[in-house]
Design a protein around this ligand. Sequence first.
Ligand code: FAD
Length: 479
Amino acid sequence: MTNAPVIIWFRRDLRVEDNPALAAAHETKQPVIPLFILESESDSVPGAASRWWLHHALAALETRFADRGSRLILRTGPASDILPDLVKETGASQVFWNRRYGAGDIETDKALKTTLTDDGVSVESFNGTLVCEPWETKTGSGGFYKVYTPFWKSIKAKGPSRKEQATRPDKLAVPDTWPDSTALAALDLLPTKPDWAAKFPDWEPGEKGARAKLRAFLDGPVNGYDDDRNRPDIEGTSRLSPHLAWGEISPLQIWETTKDAVARGSVNDDEADKFLSEVVWRDFAYNLLYHYPDIRDEPIKPEFADFPWDDDRDALTAWQKGQTGYPIVDAGMRQLYDTGWMHNRVRMITASFLIKDLIIPWQEGERWFWDCLVDADLANNAASWQWVAGCGADAAPYFRIFNPVSQGEKFDPQGDYVRTYVPELAALPKKHIHKPWEAPDAILQEAGVTLGETYPKPIVDHGEARKLALAGYDQIRNK
Ligand code: FAD
């Protein structure tokens, strides 16, 4: 047996539990070098909020390795240079990683595999990210699913492709000499002037935080999930998304822990099913990314490339800053900026508003979310934007245009969500909080609201905007 080290290259799988690539590296019994590269070229170069998360996630992972008598090596630059250099420097004989699915990343990984294999280094990759690999779930005729419900039914019937979790190493063999590592602080991932992340809530990046979120969810909210998950004023969802986006918990861990809770009788079977079906939406998004590699830029329905979009930069800025004059939209956009996260229902409302009220291309929204979300995820973000825009696979039809007032009244019935993020409207009674422009002067005055001064008047008339959007759709739909 050789004593040459093996490298485990971490990407968006920042955990030691149920990590198939790490487990395989450990099983070689050779010294293990854990590596993370802050890549300058990748499909998933993190935006600002995700960089904040990444800093803390790497700090947590460093501790996990220190606890195991080991270290995490940090490097920056293109993986195509860094990895072969590190292999040469350390004399590593094997490299392990969990797979990723962006077209550019697949290409990078394939090229690396060829280069390293040609040099006599063995490379092995694993599924550490999805319930099932995109190529494993096929329709009856052997194609891939473009509609969600049969995709979910197929995965539900066969279960996760890995039948058991990978073993967590409790101690790792270490090399005689450690290669140099860049200090975490030198990666410069945190904002400084201004420190906009100071307002972020008590997120706990890392595996411990991920497990705590899952436990807290399964101990309570899951049993009302089917209804409450649509209510932004209630903590009715798991908030696991940033942990999943960075691979601090695997979908298999979520699947098995949820099923165990059902078996113990503490979680209702139907609610668990609903929750797992949402987790599998993530697989569906990766299935789309894999089969439509340009999903971030190009509409899956090609006719949408000719949509007569508007290019109103002021309107875009008003949307980004939560100054549209529509309270539920503004609350969502401010929640996003202030906390790095936004409730799913409000993501749909704000996205629909950008695309169908402001007639601004969905790609602009995708980019802004990418920069502001701590859970920014290549597949989920792009597939969801295309879904709302009506140009994706299994998308909501374009003519389904969310009414920001009735959506607010239905899903934030007391107006508490708006009051939290749009404090200048906090004193308005619930009857008027989602449409302050219809409130009588006396009520506005009593609530300290002066439209156009303390809070904007609506930047568009929803009814008129809707007609324009539908006219645009008419132009392309018969092409
Ligand atoms: P829960 O309801 O507790 O769901 C559990 C997990 O299932 C989530 O963490 C997520 O990983 C997955 N999931 C749930 N809903 C979806 C969905 N519709 N599509 C794909 N996966 C889902 N999610 C991201 O993780 N990253 C993104 O960048 C992202 N961008 C989005 C952009 C838009 C315009 C929209 C409408 C949705 C987007 N979503 C994105 C999906 C969804 O809003 C979030 O996953 C969800 O709000 C996360 O909250 P949670 O963890 O409490 O979800």
